[in-house]
Write a protein that binds this ligand. Structure first.
Ligand code: MRU
Length: 355
C-alpha cells in the first residue's frame, strides 16, 4: 500500500506489540497505534480500529501470537484457549478471522508441551497468515486484470482495498493492477453508510494511488447502472458459503440486484481464506448487527478542523444496523481468487477452499 508514497502494511508485529493503522481517523489523519497485549488487540477488532476481512484475519492471528508470548508456563494451554475465545468473539462474520486464529492454534498444538517451540511456531504461523494474505491479494489483482479493460468504469461498495487486507486488497487489487498496467480506469465509490468505508477509506486509497474516482451516495448506484455509466461491479467478501452465496457489507445485495437487472457483470474478489467450507448456504452465515447509534450519528471533520460526531436522526428514533448482507450465488458472475476466477458454485469453490 502506498501512503504519501511510502509503503505500509495494515498490521504488523513489533516484538510483543501489534502495530495497526488507526482506521477510524482516516481520511483526516494517518496514525499508527500500538496494542501492547492480545486483549487490546481484540478490542481493536471490535471497535474497528482495524477492519476488513483480511486485515482482521491477520490481526486475529497476530493477536493470538501475542497471547502465546504472554501465556505463563503454568496454565499455558488454558491461557491460550481463553485468548482464542476472546479473539473469536470480536466480530462474527468474516471467515478470515477464524481461519487466522486456527492457524496459530494448530501451530501451538503441533508442539505438544514444548512451550519454547510453541512460542516460536506461533510467531511463524501468525506471520505466515499475514504474508499469505498480502500474496493472495496481489495474485487476485493479476487474475482480475482480465475483467478490467482499458476505459473500464467500475462500481465498488465498502472498502475491499489495502486497508481491508494486509496489502493490495481484494476488489481494488485488479483496479490497482490495471492502473499500474497503464489502463484508464474510473471507479464509482459507493459511500457505504452507516460507517462510510467507501467515502472515507476507498476514496482515500484510490487518491493515494492516483486512480480516477468519484464518491456516490449509496442510493445513486442503481441510477448509474441503469443510465449506462457502469461497465462492471467488483466487491469484496467477508464470508463465502460453499454454494457460492456471498456475505459482504450491507448494501451489496442491492447493488447485485441492480447489476443483474441491467446486464452488468457483478464480480466478487476474495482470497480462498474467505471461503467457509463448513457453511452450506448463505443463510447460515452469521450476520453482525452493530450498535444502532452508528446509523443515528455520523462522524466528520468540521471546517474549523474539529473531528466531531453529529446526530442525523430525531433524538427519539431508534435505528437498526445489520452490518452485512448475503448476495445469492446466481447474481455473481465469478469469484476472483488467488487461484484464478472460479464460478460461484460448489463445483467452483470446493477445489480451492481452505481449512
Ligand atoms: O465492517 P467492515 O468494515 O469490517 O466490513 C468488512 C468489509 O471490509 C467489507 O464488507 C468488504 O467489502 C469485504 S472485503 C474486506
Amino acid at each position: 500500500m502506498n501512503v504519501d508514497g511510502k509503503h505500509y502494511r495494515t498490521v504488523w508485529l513489533e516484538g510483543r506489540e501489534l502495530a495497526l493503522i488507526n482506521q477510524p481517523l482516516l481520511p483526516h489523519r494517518f496514525e499508527i497505534v500500538r496494542m501492547p497485549s492480545y486483549r487490546e488487540t481484540a478490542a481493536a477488532i471490535t471497535t474497528m480500529i482495524t477492519r476488513g476481512a483480511g486485515a482482521i484475519g491477520a490481526t486475529g492471528a497476530l493477536g493470538m501470537v501475542q497471547a502465546v508470548l504472554e501465556a505463563p508456563e503454568r496454565g499455558f494451554h488454558d491461557f491460550i484457549a481463553d485468548a482464542a475465545t476472546t479473539m473469536r468473539a470480536t466480530r462474527p462474520t468474516a471467515q478470515n478471522l477464524f481461519y487466522g486464529i486456527n492457524q496459530v492454534l494448530r501451530a501451538v498444538e503441533s508442539c505438544g508441551d514444548d512451550i519454547g517451540a510453541a512460542r516460536e511456531a506461533a510467531r511463524h504461523a501468525g506471520q505466515e497468515v499475514a504474508d499469505d494474505d498480502a500474496a493472495c491479494c496481489e495474485a487476485i489483482g493479476q487474475h482480475g486484470l482480465a475483467v478490467v479493460p482499458d476505459g473500464a468504469r467500475v462500481s465498488t461498495h465498502c472498502n475491499a482495498g489495502w486497508l481491508a487486507f494486509v496489502d493490495w486488497g481484494s476488489a481494488l487489487s485488479p483496479i490497482y493492477a490495471a492502473h499500474r498496467a497503464g489502463r484508464k480506469v474510473h471507479v464509482w465509490v459507493d459511500e457505504t453508510r452507516p460507517r462510510s468505508q467507501g467515502a472515507r477509506l476507498t476514496a482515500w486509497e484510490l487518491g493515494q494511488e492516483g486512480v480516477s474516482h468519484a464518491v456516490i451516495a449509496d442510493n445513486a448506484a442503481g441510477h448509474m447502472m441503469r443510465t449506462g455509466q457502469v461497465d462492471l461491479v467488483i466487491v469484496g467478501s467477508d464470508r463465502i458459503a460453499i454454494n457460492g452465496d456471498v456475505a459482504n457489507k450491507i448494501g451489496t445485495y442491492t447493488s447485485a440486484l441492480a447489476a443483474k437487472a441491467n446486464g452488468i457483470p457483478f464480480y466478487v474478489a476474495a482470497p480462498t481464506t474467505t471461503i467457509d467450507p463448513d457453511c452450506d448456504h448463505g443463510d447460515d452465515i452469521p450476520i453482525e448487527v452493530r450498535d444502532h447509534d452508528e446509523v443515528r450519528w455520523t462522524w466528520g471533520w468540521s471546517d474549523e478542523g474539529r473531528f466531531m460526531r453529529v446526530r442525523t436522526t430525531p433524538d427519539g428514533s431508534p435505528g437498526h444496523n445489520p452490518a452485512f448482507d448475503v448476495t445469492p450465488a446466481e447474481l455473481v458472475a465469478g469469484i476472483i481468487t488467488e487461484r484464478g476466477i472460479v464460478p460461484a458454485s460448489r463445483a467452483g469453490l470446493e477445489p480451492v477452499a481452505r481449512r
